[in-house]
Structure formats: C-alpha cells, structure tokens
Write a protein that binds this ligand. Structure first.
Ligand code: KIV
Length: 272
C-alpha cells in the first residue's frame, strides 16, 4: 500500500492546489462502484474521478454519450460511500450542461446533493464558459477538461492526439487560461503533445491532470479498468498496465467452473 502524506486526513481542492505549489505530483484514478473505490482510496490516490467512462467500462457502450445524469449519480453515490480520504470529482454527462447555464447548475446541484461528491468536471472551453461560471457561482468546485474531449467524439471523428496544429494548440492555451481565471480548481488535459502540456502547466497556477499528455502535467489520471488490465483490447501508447486482472479473473473463474464439473467444489469441509 502506498499512502503518501498519511497526515492528510481528507483531500480537498485546497490540498490538490498545495500539492502543485510544493511540486508534488498528484495521483488520480477513476472509480465507479463501492468495492473498487474503497481499494483506490485505501491505496492513497488523491483524486477519484467518477468518470463518464463508466458508460464504456461499466455499461459497455462504445462512447461516453449514452450515460445519463441519474446513472452518474448512482455511480457517484456508491463511490462516495466508500471514500474516506480522496477528493471525489464527478463528470457531468453529455447533455446535462451544454444546453444552457441553468441546466448546468441544476445538474451540478443534483450531483452534489444526491451523491455527496466534492466537485464536478465538465468538458470544453469557451463554449461552456457560462455554464461553468453558473456552477461555480453556487459554490460547486469545477474541474475543466481540454484536449481530447470524448463527449465530442462525433465532431472529432477519431480518438487521435489533439492540438498538434498551431490553431488548436492556441485555442487550448486560451481556454486553459480562461478556466483558471473564472475559478476552476484544476484541468484535465487529455491526449495532447507533451510539449503543450508543459507549456500549459507552467503557465497556470492551478494544477493540470494529464491522461496521454506526457510527464509534465501536475498529476496523472488513468481509467481504473485499463490500469488493472481488466480491459484487454484497449491498448493506447499512453496506457501503463500495472496488473493483468483479465487473466487472473478468467483463470480463477475457469478454475471454479472446473471444480464444479469435477465435483471438487464444495468439499465436505465446505458443507453444513
Ligand atoms: O471519464 C473519464 O474517465 C475521464 C478521464 C479519462 C479523465 O474523463
């Protein structure tokens, strides 16, 4: 187990900022359910994201678009019940904030009130500025998300690296500055060139959390099921697998099936 700074009893957005201020990298990971969130929290991860990637890894959809606000609240509630230390951030799902700022505020308030989470995240820059400002004005901490924003996959047409061209990189830098100015406590940078992450991270006072964005972000995030090797087919270059749970789990269950067929389970000791 690796809990850095066991003295910090509860991670707040202020603690996340303090980590950047003192140059300590921030660890972040997704979680979607009670059992996994307990493990992630106990292992010392500072920021747990109830990501809309739940749409892919929990529900089996191809994109993050189908997951609903009610489903995100269900996942977030389970995670919050498990977490004692980490900051819990919840994604506002597609369609719950883009319409107008009142809708964004209503969605954010439902997440905070019904799940007990500590902050929300939403994708985009200038296009969603009004929505972010409205949510912030209600006292809800907001995390931005720039670069590859999976809710816009049908606009991009591909999950390839974003902001390689000057114009898009310039917009990302402007969006990041704007997000900091209006009061976001951090920004996820997804799948952008490492040099751009460095430039953005060094020019902001708030922390950046990277995924596929190189080593210069102030912190790193991965999807839990990818890190654990539960998802086998997804193999982007940025992903480091720390376990092969696909093999561990299928072997264990295969063994169980064999034991039943061979009348090895249950044994007399396992019966009443
Ligand atoms: O939904 C998610 O898991 C995310 C991370 C990839 C940052 O937004």
């Amino acid at each position: 187990m690796s809990v850095h700074n066991p003295d910090i009893k509860r991670i707040t957005t202020h603690v996340i900022q303090a980590l950047k201020n003192k140059g300590e990298k921030i660890s972040a990971l997704t979680a979607y359910d009670y059992s996994m969130a307990r493990l992630v929290d106990a292992a010392g991860v500072e920021l747990i994201l109830v990501g809309d990637s739940a749409s892919n890894v929990m529900a089996g959809y191809e994109t993050t678009l189908p997951i609903t606000l009610d489903q995100m609240i269900y996942h977030a509630t389970s995670v919050v019940r498990a977490v004692k230390r980490a900051l819990v951030v919840v994604d506002l799902p597609f369609g719950s904030y883009q319409g107008n700022s009142s809708e964004a505020l209503r969605s954010a308030i439902r997440i905070m009130k019904e799940s007990g989470a500590h902050a929300v995240k939403l994708e985009g820059g200038l296009e969603v500025k009004e929505s972010i400002m409205r949510v912030l004005s209600a006292g809800v901490p907001v995390m931005g998300h720039l670069g590859l924003t999976p809710q816009s996959i049908y606009k991009f047409g591909t999950y390839a690296v974003r902001a390689k061209e000057e114009v898009e990189a310039r917009k990302l830098i402007d969006d990041a500055k704007m997000l900091e100015e209006i009061g976001c406590f951090g920004i996820v940078l997804e799948k952008i060139p490492a040099a751009l992450t460095k430039q953005v991270s060094e020019s902001l006072t708030i922390p950046t959390i990277g995924i596929g964005a190189g080593p210069h972000a102030d912190g790193q995030i991965l999807v839990l099921h990818d890190l654990l090797g539960i998802t086998k087919e997804f193999k982007p270059r940025f992903l480091r697998r720390y376990a092969d749970l696909h093999t561990v789990i299928t072997d264990a269950i295969g063994h169980y099936v064999d034991d039943i067929k061979d009348r090895e389970f249950p044994s007399p000791e396992e019966a009443y």
